[in-house]
Ligand binder design. Structure first.
Ligand code: NAD
Length: 339
C-alpha cells in the first residue's frame, strides 16, 4: 500500500516549493498525496488557520509535509484576529510533536558559503534533537511587584521520551547538553539520560551548554546526535544551522512517540519573492528526504535525494539566494536529473 502524505502548501512561496516537492515525490515513488489548506490560505477560506478536518486528516496520515505559512496580508496586532502561525502550533500540539530534529550537513559544493573555514566544517554531519513542548518555554511565567519570572520544569517522562528519540537516531554517538552545574532540571536530565545510555550501544557523553556552544564551532565534525532541552536546543540549532550558510537550504522534522511526523523547511513563506519563481526549493527537498528517512523508513530514497541535491550544486546550480540566477523550476529539473 502506498504511503499517504498530507501536503500543506500554505502561503507565499509555499505553493511554489510544494509543487516542486510533488514533482520530486512523483519521481521517487508511488505516494498518495492529500493536499489541504493551512495558515493564511485556510484563514481566507475558513476563518481559522487550521480546521479540525485538516488536523484529523493529518492525524490519520503516514506523514505531513508542510511548506510555509504567513505573510503581510494576515499580519495584525489585534489579538482577536486569527494568525497563520496558529496553524503550525495547532499541528504540533494536535500531533503530539515533542521532538524537533534539525540535521546540519553542509553540502560540499557550498562549503565556502559558511562563515567558518572549510577545513573546520568539512565532513560535518550532525543532528540536533531538541525537546519542543516542555521546559522554560512552557512553565509558569508572570510578573510580580516589578519582577518577572519564567519557570523551567521537566518530568522524568518528558526527558525519557526525548532521549529515546536521540538514541533511536544516533549512528555513533549521543552528546547530551545541559547546565547540570547550575540547574536542578539539568541534574534530573543528566540522571535520567545517563541511566538510559547504559541500555544503548552508542558512545555517550555530557557537555555543559556553554562548552557545547564553543565545541560546535571548534569541532563540529565530532558530533553525531546532540540531545538537549527546549531553550538550549533553540539556540544551539540556530548556531549549528549557520555552519551551512543559507536559510534556503535547511530542512527540519518534528516527531512524537507514535503517529505521523511533520516535515518542513526551516525558512518562512518569503513574501518578498513569492510569485517571482526565485524560491530555492532545496530546503523543501531536504525536508522530503527527512520525511522519507524518519517518517516513512525509506532511507535509500532519502539518501538518493540528498546526493542528487549535492550533485546539482556541484554542477553549479545556484538560485538567487545562493548568488546565482536559477529559478525554482531550473533547480527542480536539475535535482530530478540526478535522481
Ligand atoms: P522568511 O524565512 O520567509 O524570509 C527571510 C528571507 O529569506 C527573505 O529575504 C526571503 O526571501 C529569504 N528566503 C526564505 N526562504 C527562501 C527560499 N526558499 N528561497 C530563497 N529565499 C528565501 O522569514 P520572514 O521574512 O521573517 O517571514 C516571512 C513570513 O513567513 C512571516 O509571515 C513569518 O511569520 C513566516 N514564517 C513562517 C515560518 C514557517 O512556516 N515555518 C517560519 C518562519 C517565518
Amino acid at each position: 500500500m502506498s504511503a499517504r502524505i498530507v501536503t500543506l502548501p500554505g502561503d507565499g512561496i509555499g505553493p511554489e516549493i510544494m509543487a516542486a516537492a510533488e514533482q520530486l515525490l512523483g519521481k521517487v515513488g508511488d505516494f498518495e498525496l492529500d493536499e489541504r489548506l493551512v495558515g493564511g490560505a485556510s484563514i481566507d477560506e475558513h476563518g481559522t488557520a487550521l480546521t479540525d478536518e485538516v488536523l484529523d486528516a493529518c492525524k490519520s496520515a503516514d506523514a505531513v509535509l508542510l511548506a510555509a505559512v504567513g505573510g503581510p496580508k494576515w499580519d495584525s496586532t489585534d489579538p482577536g484576529k486569527p494568525r497563520p502561525e496558529q496553524g503550525l502550533l495547532g499541528l504540533r500540539k494536535g500531533l503530539g510533536l515533542f521532538a524537533n530534529l534539525r540535521p546540519v550537513r553542509p553540502s560540499p559544493a557550498l562549503l565556502d558559503a559558511s562563515p567558518l573555514r572549510r577545513d573546520r566544517i568539512e565532513g560535518t554531519d550532525l543532528l540536533v534533537v531538541r525537546e519542543l513542548t516542555g521546559g522554560i518555554y512552557f512553565g509558569d511565567k508572570g510578573r510580580e511587584n516589578g519582577s518577572a519570572f519564567d519557570t523551567c520544569v521537566y518530568s522524568v517522562a518528558e526527558i525519557e521520551r526525548i532521549a529515546e528519540v536521540a538514541f533511536r537516531f544516533a549512528r555513533t554517538k549521543v552528546t547530551s547538553v545541559d547546565k547540570a552545574n547550575i540547574l536542578e532540571t539539568s541534574r534530573l536530565w543528566r540522571e535520567v539520560v545517563s541511566g538510559m545510555a547504559k541500555e544503548h550501544d552508542v558512545y555517550f557523553e555530557h557537555l555543559l551548554v556553554d562548552n557545547a556552544a564553543m565545541q560546535l564551532l571548534s569541532r563540529p565534525v565530532d558530533f553525531d546526535v546532540i540531545l538537549t532541552e527546549n531553550m538550549f536546543g533553540d539556540i544551539l540549532s540556530d548556531e549549528a544551522a549557520m555552519l551551512t550558510g543559507s536559510i534556503g537550504m535547511l530542512p527540519s522534522a518534528s516527531v512524537g512517540s507514535d503517529g505521523p511526523g511533520l516535515f518542513e523547511p526551516v525558512h518562512g513563506s518569503a513574501p518578498d519573492i513569492a510569485g517571482t519563481g526565485k524560491a530555492n526549493p532545496l530546503a523543501m527537498f531536504g525536508s522530503v528526504a527527512m520525511m522519507l528517512r524518519y517518517g516513512l523508513g525509506r532511507e535509500s530514497e532519502a539518501v538518493g535525494i540528498e546526493s542528487a541535491i549535492d550533485r546539482a550544486l556541484e554542477a553549479g546550480l545556484r538560485t538567487p539566494d545562493l548568488g546565482g540566477d536559477a529559478t525554482t523550476e531550473d533547480a527542480t529539473k536539475a535535482v530530478l536529473s540526478y535522481l
